[in-house]
Design a protein around this ligand. Sequence first.
Ligand SMILES: Nc1ncnc2c1ncn2[C@@H]1O[C@H](COP(=O)(O)OP(=O)(O)OP(=O)(O)O)[C@@H](O)[C@H]1O
Ligand SMILES: [Mg+2]
Length: 133
Amino acid sequence: MSTQSYVKILNEWDIVAARQVGRNVAKELGFGTVDQARITTTISELARNIYLYAGQGEICIEKLWDNGRTGLRIIAEDKGPGISDIRKVMEDGYTTSGGLGAGLPGVKRLMDEFDIESEVGVGTKITTTKWIR
Ligand SMILES: Nc1ncnc2c1ncn2[C@@H]1O[C@H](COP(=O)(O)OP(=O)(O)OP(=O)(O)O)[C@@H](O)[C@H]1O
Ligand SMILES: [Mg+2]
């Protein structure tokens, strides 16, 4: 039984598709509507960043079962330019594109676990998890 779904992010329509997959998986797992919204917002922000800054990449949506807990993990991975100062991009209002700079700090607040691995010239991998409470 597969517990992972992958959506390639190549264009703006793929952002919508990834969001939809995320909503369906969250519903299947039993997340409430507020958490479903947190999860779909997270997927939108991460997929949009991939599209804007890396051009293309992939969103993986994974079902988790751990010690009686049920969760959903989102992994956003690209082979784009990478992030040189991770601390800076986690500050509210920091943007290199004239955006709000609210995406990544917002995602961190919406989810339970959040991690960025990034190397300049190699790419970025953001892993974030929500647990049902
Ligand atoms: N996948 C990525 N690859 C390279 N740089 C990234 C990536 N994701 C984010 N960044 C960098 O981190 C900065 C902050 O991202 P964040 O999503 O928080 O804000 P934003 O995209 O600039 O604005 P907003 O999301 O509010 O519209 C971006 O401006 C960009 O420089
Ligand atoms: Mg953003």
